[in-house]
Design a binder for this molecule. Structure first.
Ligand code: GLA
Length: 362
């Protein structure tokens, strides 16, 4: 059933506004956004769709089709289920910005894979805010939408994230990557190397430390910047400067500096092989210096990197489990998937294809 028909079936009346927003995969520039650095995401085909209508009641009603769950809440009394905190957070942030947000019936349907590093939460936030903008004719541009989504995540979901995910969901397309300076929010579209295709595989490793480990790494970066006397690690002039830091701050800072450099090199290079080599180097840095990989992800990435049709591969997203992204030669995805997933299974892992979406085939 379409989301609009399902809205009617759940609430007994049609939606007054509808909007959608995609998940994203980050090609390079991991853990750089909260250091005011550079990122290079691209939107994925999977989207979250939100429908809304005023309900004339005292409270909001939210239905998540894919979880088959309905919850009620008010702006003052947040809902308990995790998915609902993102929606409530967006509504609360818009209300806090001075706009009147009346009680609504809200319907969410999504095919963005959850909890694997493809920004299902940002897709939910951006789709919610877009729908609210359409319904209430709010004067919010796409950057403001991303910023409100980030605030919802920090203040209501408790993850001190950067702006990567929400900017990607709000502004990136599926054909070109988005080079974003997360300090100035200056951005431009960057074509992928010619004759390549993106593959995203799930490692099947659950992202157990996603909240606590994420915030801990961020705190370490802030401490490193403080010790070096700069506003953010983005401002450290060269790798020489981080030598004075105590461990593990030295390695954390080294990752951020080298990762920023890789993003800028990647957008300047035209060869798929060079781009892939930067992805491989990013994975090594995330594994050894930033320590956010897992044994399963390392095996899956190694399997991808060993395939002759793969230019480069790395973990993507916050790490501690979740997905890997690979840049492959166009027309080879079926062969790559078959070989790499078989090898991963032989080593005890259970992987699956996330992008391209299974419905589209590889
Ligand atoms: C999560 C956060 C982003 C970013 C990435 C890592 O997706 O939400 O802000 O920090 O991790 O690059």
């Amino acid at each position: 059933m379409s989301p609009a028909r399902d809205f009617h079936a759940v609430f007994g009346h049609p939606p007054q506004a509808r909007a959608a927003a995609p998940g994203r995969v980050n090609l390079l520039g991991e853990r750089t956004d909260y250091n005011d650095g550079f990122v290079l995401p691209i939107a994925i085909p999977q989207q979250t769709q939100v429908g809304m209508a005023r309900n004339g009641q005292d409270s909001f009603r939210l239905h998540a089709r894919d979880l088959d769950q309905t919850v009620s809440f008010t702006l003052q009394a947040p809902p308990a289920p995790h998915f609902a905190t993102y929606v409530h957070g967006c509504l609360a942030e818009v209300a806090q910005s001075g706009f009147d947000v009346p009680p609504l019936d809200i319907h969410v349907a999504s095919d963005v894979p959850m909890g694997v590093g493809l920004s299902s939460s940002a897709a939910l936030e951006v789709a919610t805010l877009r729908c609210l903008r359409a319904l209430l004719a709010l004067p919010l541009d796409d950057v403001r939408i991303a910023q409100l989504g980030q605030r919802a995540e920090i203040h209501h979901a408790g993850v001190r994230c950067g702006i990567l995910d929400q900017m990607a969901s709000s502004l990136a397309g599926t054909d070109r990557a988005l080079l974003l300076d997360t300090r100035s929010l200056a951005r431009r579209e960057v074509p992928l190397p010619l004759h390549t295709a993106i593959l995203v595989l799930d490692s099947g490793e659950p992202r157990t430390l996603a909240g606590s480990g994420y915030n801990e790494r961020r705190a370490q970066c802030e401490e490193a910047a403080r010790l070096l006397g700069v506003p953010a690690l983005r401002d450290v002039p060269d790798l020489e400067a981080v030598q004075a830091l105590p461990e593990p701050l030295r390695r954390r800072a080294r990752h951020v500096l080298s990762e920023n450099a890789r993003v800028l090199q990647a957008v300047a290079c035209t060869s798929a092989r060079d781009f892939g080599a930067l992805m491989n180097a990013s994975h090594a840095s995330l594994r050894d210096d930033y320590e956010v990989s897992t044994p399963g992800i390392d095996r899956l990435v190694a399997g991808l990197q060993a395939h002759p049709a793969v230019h480069g591969a790395r973990l993507t997203g916050a790490g501690f489990g979740g997905a890997c992204v690979a840049l492959c030669r166009e027309g080879t995805l079926t062969a790559v998937v078959r070989t790499v997933l078989a090898g991963y299974e032989a080593s005890g892992g259970t992987g699956r294809v996330l992008v391209p979406p299974m419905a589209a085939g590889v």
